[in-house]
Design a protein around this ligand. Structure first.
Ligand code: FAD
Length: 343
């Protein structure tokens, strides 16, 4: 009989991110389908962990385990790994699910080694065949999808975002079992967190819409000139009013290295595609982007796709978008921004 452990760090203030709640619902479903027990393991400052446990008290977990303390609340490999290891051992878990955050992705492989277990990352689906749990993941830069199982236990799963719907349910009073985990040797001191202002952060994984800008925004337009500053303003205003996440084609972000005038808030981090990211959003709007396969392969998980392009023969018209507006993206987006401002 499997024993499932769901693990996550708690955000300051006692919140669980929507990503963490998605993986919780996946863990709950797996436990229900396998007919086995679910335990929840939380790591963070003491008050935060209690608040987080209370917020998911109705998730059906048989136990709420915790590793608390100020040193465990911050992102550091030594403390994260020690906390995860203690939680997995205490729960006697055979399968451990955690959201594949950068923090968990850094600590969990070492935990798998310490537990003599195995780990799989970037899990995009789960299934049960003949009573055996299986995971799905993509291989070879999203070209092939594989489904695999393992006999080794414990088996640690780092799950991607967007795979499950976020858990929703009753809050309540959860009884926490706090584990006494000795602090490992600390060679890293966390002195603070620096993050960009929300409006400067253009990559927004939780956004409803992915807005992709292509190289066309910086190309010569009908009047024979480029209009990069205007493009920047249009895109910036749209992102500000809608809270959309900003994606880019490779051609646009490569221009910085080629000495061309570029969209200032765009970097390689925004690149979507075969050699970029594969974000997950319910909707996507591509503008001034040709829709070539190496780019569109990064749209694999975008459910509703629209594009604006001057060229009726562009890639989006070849079955890659649900709707293609054959139009000038400057005109379209200027008008969209006006309409958005009118509310
Ligand atoms: C191995 C490999 C990996 C790659 N990986 C990636 C990747 O990860 N991501 C990626 O994006 N690409 C990738 N590429 C490159 C990819 O093939 C394309 O070259 C790239 O996506 C083109 O970018 P683009 O569509 O923005 O630019 P362009 O091909 O230059 O297209 C610009 C488009 O803008 C349109 N346009 C211009 N002005 C306007 C206007 N006013 N209104 C509306 N439309 C307008 C034009 O009609 C044109 O279709 C890869 C290529 C290879 C070989």
């Amino acid at each position: 009989m499997e024993k499932i452990l769901y693990l996550t760090q708690v955000e300051p203030g006692g919140e669980l991110s929507s990503f963490a709640l998605e993986v919780l619902s996946g863990a709950g479903r797996l436990a229900r389908d396998l007919g086995c027990e679910l335990a929840v393991g939380l790591v963070g400052a003491k008050a935060d962990v209690q608040a987080a446990a209370d917020s998911v008290a109705g998730c059906g977990a048989a136990a709420f385990l915790a590793v608390t303390g100020d040193e465990f609340a911050v992102s550091r490999h030594a403390t994260d790994a020690a906390a995860f290891e203690a939680l997995a051992r205490n729960a006697e878990a055979t399968i451990v699910l955690a959201p594949g955050t950068s923090r968990a992705a850094r600590a969990m492989p070492g935990v798998a080694e310490r537990l003599n277990g195995r780990i799989d990352s970037h899990i995009t689906g789960t299934a049960i065949t003949d009573g055996r749990p299986e995971v799905e993941r993509w291989f070879y830069r999203q070209r092939m999808m594989g489904r695999l199982t393992r006999s080794q236990r414990p088996w640690l799963w780092l799950v991607d975002s967007g795979v499950f719907d976020a858990w929703e349910g009753e809050a309540g009073g959860a009884t926490l079992e706090a584990l006494d985990v000795p602090l490992p040797e600390l060679r890293t001191r966390v002195v603070g967190v620096e993050s960009p202002a929300a409006e400067e952060q253009t990559i927004r994984p939780d956004a409803e819409l992915l807005f992709v800008a292509g190289a066309g925004w910086t190309k010569k337009q009908a009047d024979g000139s480029t209009h990069v500053k205007e493009a920047e303003t249009i895109i910036h205003d749209f992102l500000e009013t809608t809270g959309a996440s900003l994606g880019s084609s490779k051609s646009l972000v490569d221009q910085a290295g080629e000495g061309q005038e570029v969209i200032s808030f765009m970097s390689h981090m925004n690149q979507v595609g075969q050699t970029g990211s594969t974000p997950r959003h319910p909707k996507g709007l591509a503008t001034c982007c040709h829709g070539e396969e190496p780019h569109v392969v990064g749209w694999r998980f975008i459910k509703e796709r629209r594009a604006v392009n001057l060229d009726p023969g562009c890639g989006w018209a070849q079955g890659k978008a649900d709707v293609l507006y054959v139009a000038d993206a400057f005109e379209v987006m200027r008008r969209v921004n006006e309409l958005l401002k009118q509310g």
